[in-house]
Design a protein around this ligand. Sequence first.
Ligand code: SF4
Ligand code: SF4
Length: 361
Amino acid sequence: MNMSEKSKAHVDACRFCWMCHHICPIGNATGHERSTPRARALGISMVNRGAIELEEIMDNIYECGGCGGCVRECVTGWDPVMFTKETRLEAALEDKLPSYINTMVDNCLESGNAYGKTALCARLSEAIAKHAAVTDTLLYLGVDARYMACEQAVKAISVLEKAGVAFTVLADELPTGAQLDFLIGAAEETKEQMAAAAKVMDGYKTVIFYDPADAKTVKQTYGAYGVETAAKTVTYTSVLADLVKAGKLAGKSGKTVVYQDPFQLARDLEETEEAREVISAFATLHELHLNRVETVWAGNILMAQYIPDVMKKVAQRRLFNVKSIGEKAIVTASVSEYVSLKSVEQNEVEILSLEDLILGE
Ligand code: SF4
Ligand code: SF4
């Protein structure tokens, strides 16, 4: 397989190492050694050495959620996310993607989202229409909120309205490229999608990203891929924290909650306190044992399309973390984790988004 020398070195470092296998939320959910970073590296190294075909490891390559738990744990600085993404790119270039991934890539290219959705729910269309006028500030909802959790997208708009913010929302919002980056990494198609979105962002002074996956992609991956936007790019959570500080958002829920740090905010963008400031204004905040940069991913919507049972187990394990310290409510800042946690049938832990907490819903 065509792979950079840098990635090959990381693969060879990881293939006989067990040091982070206990960290991987996927490995812990499946209970399978094959799901861990070490086993993924072993598979790639066997392809690199011609012992097996690339197609044989691709299901395993798509089990990684890219959460970076292993990268953070690694005391020697190796990076399984990097070589996993490079393997996805190479499989795309060699036309060796699994069919279920090919379908999602085609959907991303044809309809802008991996789910192949084209219509928004009626309530979201109405909410967006009220913010069609051009302002200095663009609220970017992201494909997961728009197509898979439209009630949360409506609430994200309602919170900014409640705080008196003037902002624009686009009815035909372009994808940031975050999903294509997850599916096929730094392919030309991914960069083209990113460049098209960046051009739209250039028309605004500030762009607020509701979805941490989009925030991470635009604030971090765009630069790595040579894509630029002139707009100031900010996370939704940081905007909410500023609004709380300015006295524009206030209230008391009477709830006691823990916070689920999205890995994109906590590990990639090093943003951990903003959401806590917001939560503390509306509720009593307790902490999970593994919090901030040590957060444990609670699953996502995209991977639930092809490994739904594993995603449910990932969410169940995070809910177990909440229950095991006697807590009764968890607040999310990632719409994808919110949906993942909600997919578990249970009634012991209340699952709230930041918007739910602020709007009292
Ligand atoms: S990332 Fe580090 S700890 Fe994990 S398998 Fe690789 S070398 Fe070992
Ligand atoms: S990035 Fe996350 S899901 Fe992927 S191997 Fe590392 S810990 Fe597991």
